[in-house]
Design a protein around this ligand. Structure first.
Ligand SMILES: Cc1cc2nc3c(=O)[nH]c(=O)nc-3n(C[C@H](O)[C@H](O)[C@H](O)COP(=O)(O)OP(=O)(O)OC[C@H]3O[C@@H](n4cnc5c(N)ncnc54)[C@H](O)[C@@H]3O)c2cc1C
Ligand code: FES
Length: 265
């Protein structure tokens, strides 16, 4: 059932900036959990052949939202689609963030660049749960323009702290510096980290969390062909052998990843 193809109408398609688009699809997915993704067919016919994985950014009563950056052929084709058009999707796929880990704790959401996209769904889920403390969202990007979803995290009820490489918004430096400071304070007690972003950033998050003895979960990216665990094209080296990012992940406990070997995909 999960891997069935769905045709979903585009209800809205907004340009957020020159490279980032927000697509709303008429695809009610009541069972979708934060961290899951869909495989989207870009274009018609066989070009491009492979679907593209995009995280569920938000879930509404009538559908899902995808927040994506235009980086190549597939995402450019998606960006050209207008409301009323249909896209073929498969999903929701993958495991999602372990929400139970946040019970009685302070969730710390760390998003780098586009990595903020799936964390908004997570923030909305966490702030709706009674037994979970107010989440902190640490957001980083190269520049102010690249900082995504700041308002959405605030609206969801998070405390938001930002960092940019050039200092154009928030603290100058990497988002991992914000996490380091937070983990050096008393706030680390009872914290749990959920993170999504570029691989080097996730590696730093793992090292900081490991040093502080705090549980951390990372959402990994990999080039995907099937998205459903069949082709073994998305494997990542873990302490328990190779795992498939699409089927066993994309979310993994950070200490499970063999970081030195994790970037082969
Ligand atoms: C589980 C998962 C969830 C994702 N969620 C989102 C999301 O919410 N928003 C978003 O903008 N992007 C997301 N991505 C990345 C997105 O899938 C790629 O950017 C997209 O497939 C690129 O397709 P394209 O045809 O436009 O680019 P291509 O022409 O295929 O590639 C253009 C450039 O992007 C790089 N690229 C392609 N795919 C990936 C990838 N999977 N990871 C890293 N670099 C890649 C290529 O190496 C190349 O440099 C996600 C990826 C995964 C695996
Ligand atoms: S993309 Fe085929 S197994 Fe993951």
């Amino acid at each position: 059932m999960k891997t069935r193809e769905h045709k979903a109408e585009i209800l809205a398609h907004k340009r957020i900036d020159e490279r980032v688009q927000l697509m709303t699809l008429a695809f009610p997915a009541p069972c979708a959990v934060p961290g899951q993704f869909v495989m989207v067919k870009a274009g018609v016919g066989g070009d491009p052949l492979l679907r593209r994985p995009i995280s569920i950014h938000r879930r509404t009563k009538t559908g899902i939202e995808l927040l994506y950056e235009v980086v190549g052929q597939g995402t450019a084709l998606l960006a050209a689609l207008r409301p009323g058009a249909e896209v073929s999707i498969i999903g929701p796929l993958g495991n999602g963030f372990p929400l139970v880990a946040a019970k009685g704790r302070t969730p710390v959401l760390v998003g780098g660049g586009m990595g903020a996209a799936p964390l908004v769904f997570l923030a909305e889920h966490l702030t709706a749960a009674a037994s979970i403390k107010q989440p902190v969202a640490l957001l980083g990007a190269h520049t102010k323009k690249g900082l995504l979803c700041v308002k959405a995290f605030r609206t969801a009820g998070c405390r938001v702290i930002t960092a940019t490489d050039d200092g154009s918004c928030g603290r100058r430096g990497f988002v991992s510096c914000l996490l380091k400071e937070l983990l050096e304070s008393t706030a680390r007690e009872n914290a749990v980290i959920y993170s999504c972003g570029p691989r080097p950033m996730l590696n730093s998050i793992y090292e900081l969390a490991d040093t502080a003895g705090v549980a951390a979960y990372v959402s990994l990216e990999a080039h995907m062909a099937c998205g459903i665990g069949a082709c073994l094209g998305c494997t990542v080296a873990t302490t328990a052998g190779n795992k498939r990012v699409c089927k066993d992940g994309p979310v993994f406990a950070a200490q499970e990843i063999l970081w030195g070997q994790a970037d082969e995909n």
